[in-house]
Ligand binder design. Structure first.
Ligand SMILES: [Zn+2]
Ligand SMILES: [Zn+2]
Ligand SMILES: [Zn+2]
Length: 91
């Protein structure tokens, strides 16, 4: 079995398939073929770009169960929920 080893510094990647190595090398060479048309940020994978696009398209999948305010990021909702917690009287 021939082992193909990534020659990049600080990388321990190795594989028995040369095709896998070629794909892995792309993560080093910075070839990112998926570019966001709005902010020009580029991504190596289409699914990464898709999830990034949600921050632009206003797809807000995180909804506050208390006031129905929607947020595009889970972190935004988490921060928002604190508002309600502070408003609640101590029991
Ligand atoms: Zn590598
Ligand atoms: Zn963008
Ligand atoms: Zn709320």
């Amino acid at each position: 079995m021939v082992l193909h080893i990534c020659g990049y510094e600080n990388c321990v990647y190795s594989t028995s398939k040369s095709g896998n190595l070629a794909r892995h090398i792309l993560t080093h060479t910075g070839v990112k073929s998926y570019v966001c048309g709005i902010c020009n940020e580029s991504f190596a994978r289409t699914d990464t770009l898709a999830s990034h696009m949600q921050t632009h398209t206003g797809v807000k999948s995180h909804v506050c169960t208390t006031c129905n305010k929607a947020f595009s990021k889970a972190s935004g909702l988490a921060r928002h929920i604190l508002i309600h917690k502070e408003q609640q009287p101590h029991m």
